[in-house]
Design a protein around this ligand. Structure first.
Ligand code: 3PG
Length: 404
């Protein structure tokens, strides 16, 4: 087990890793459920007279979502009801000066950790601890708090380097998500277990299908992940959201695994039988996958597919959702995601909805969080927890507690 913020003496200078990785629409950072959850942790720390420097990441280099954290500071400030200073630097002189000026009850947010070269390459925690990034920042603080459960599957400097060289504690989000997600693994279900997989992060999801095969009886696929499987079945899809290049790249990387998964688990996989797109009139239009035309961007599963998935969900004992079935931020393409979530909400099954972006659909479409067993702000970390995989960010907190 790890130490939590309950074990901290009041009035310390803290480096706190949060995960406010968020969607960016037309260049503007969108609030997601992560901000409010981390704001609660920060409020609790400030009430205990700590001084807090927040560290976080946004997007991945090369993607449109790889932007500064300046707007994130404002969104956090709205949730906290007080100013959050933004520092346009991570561990250079400006950052050190701002950290040096922190007083009890102050909070600031440092720049996107992924703008530092040493943050990203997946390396052993000991190597991450030996980066200039970690060696420069660590001495400025009394302790490190990791609240970023949703990034705890990544062996990045800001997540695993600091707990190697500092006293380290789990924040509230880390603690509650870890407890809820670890408990899922211990459960046994009498009836069918369904997993709904969508969204864009194919590399996180395809291996999951092979790893949860003892627990999950059937999978319903949508989003980019679903389209990759449709491509494997010979359909000419993949002209959407992030562009053809993104899709082709995913296809090149995963085609072999997808074909293997199809061969081995084909009878448990449900793929869309129809898809929705934007017609010239700007309205939603649909076509069956057998009528697919090259070059169309598909933005949601079609009505028949949504109904079929909703029926499967309705007769399940447990349902796990990761990723959206369509671009639900646009009302015209929300049907698949909303229909499936509503079907879950109406049954008594055990249900978990995860994904930093996906969980946003719940308040957006007036669904009640209480109608689900657990709504996780984590995506990749939550599906890994389902497979029983240990999360390196949690392991480094546990190791820090052992050596404390
Ligand atoms: C997430 O949004 O799931 C986490 O912040 C991890 O982001 P990543 O998949 O870009 O590492």
């Amino acid at each position: 087990t790890f130490q939590t913020i309950d074990d901290l003496e009041p009035g310390q200078q803290l480096l706190v890793r949060i995960d406010v990785n968020a969607p960016v629409e037309d260049g503007a950072v969108q609030d997601n459920r992560r901000f409010a959850r981390h704001a609660d942790t920060v409020a609790e720390l400030l009430a205990d007279d700590h001084a807090v420097a927040l560290l976080a990441h946004q997007g991945r280099p090369g993607r449109d979502t790889f932007v500064s954290l300046e707007e994130h500071a404002d969104i956090l400030a709205d949730h906290l009801g007080r100013e959050v200073a933004f520092v346009d630097d991570t561990f250079g002189d400006d950052a050190l000066e701002a950290i040096g000026g922190l007083e009890s009850g102050d909070v600031l947010l440092l720049e996107n950790a992924r703008m530092c070269d040493e943050e990203l390459p997946e390396e052993d925690p000991d190597e991450k601890a030996d980066t200039e990034f970690v060696r420069t920042l660590a001495p400025e603080f009394d302790a490190y708090v990791n609240d970023a459960y949703s990034a705890a599957h990544r062996s990045h400097a800001s997540l695993v380097g600091f707990p190697r060289v500092m006293d380290a504690y789990a924040g509230r989000v880390m603690e509650t998500e870890y407890t809820a997600n670890s408990a899922i693994q211990q459960r046994e279900f009498d009836g069918p277990v369904t997993m709904v997989l969508g969204g864009t992060k194919a590399e996180d999801l395809i291996p999951v299908i092979e790893e949860v095969d003892d627990t999950v009886d059937r999978f319903c696929l949508g989003g980019i992940v679903g389209e990759l499987f449709l491509r494997a079945e010979g359909h000419d899809v993949g002209y959407d959201v992030e562009g053809t290049e993104f899709f082709d790249h995913q296809w090149e990387n995963h085609a072999d695994t997808i074909e293997r998964v199809l061969e081995e688990y084909g009878d448990r996989l449900n793929l869309a039988s129809d898809l929705a797109y934007e017609a010239e009139s700007d309205e939603r239009a649909e076509r069956t996958v057998s009528d697919i035309e090259k070059g169309t961007s598909y933005l949601d599963v079609g009505t028949d597919t949504a109904e079929e998935y909703a029926d499967l969900v309705a007769e399940s004992e447990a349902v796990f959702v990761k990723g959206a079935l369509g671009v639900f931020e646009d009302e015209r393409f929300a049907d698949g995601t909303v229909e499936v979530l509503s079907a879950i909400a109406e049954t008594d099954c055990f249900s978990v909805v995860g994904g930093g972006d996906t969980s946003r659909a719940i308040p957006m479409y007036d669904l009640e969080e209480d109608d689900f067993s657990h709504v996780s702000v984590a995506g990749g970390a939550y599906v890994r927890a389902l497979t029983g995989e240990r999360l390196v960010g949690v392991e480094t907190l546990e190791a820090a507690a052992d050596s404390a």
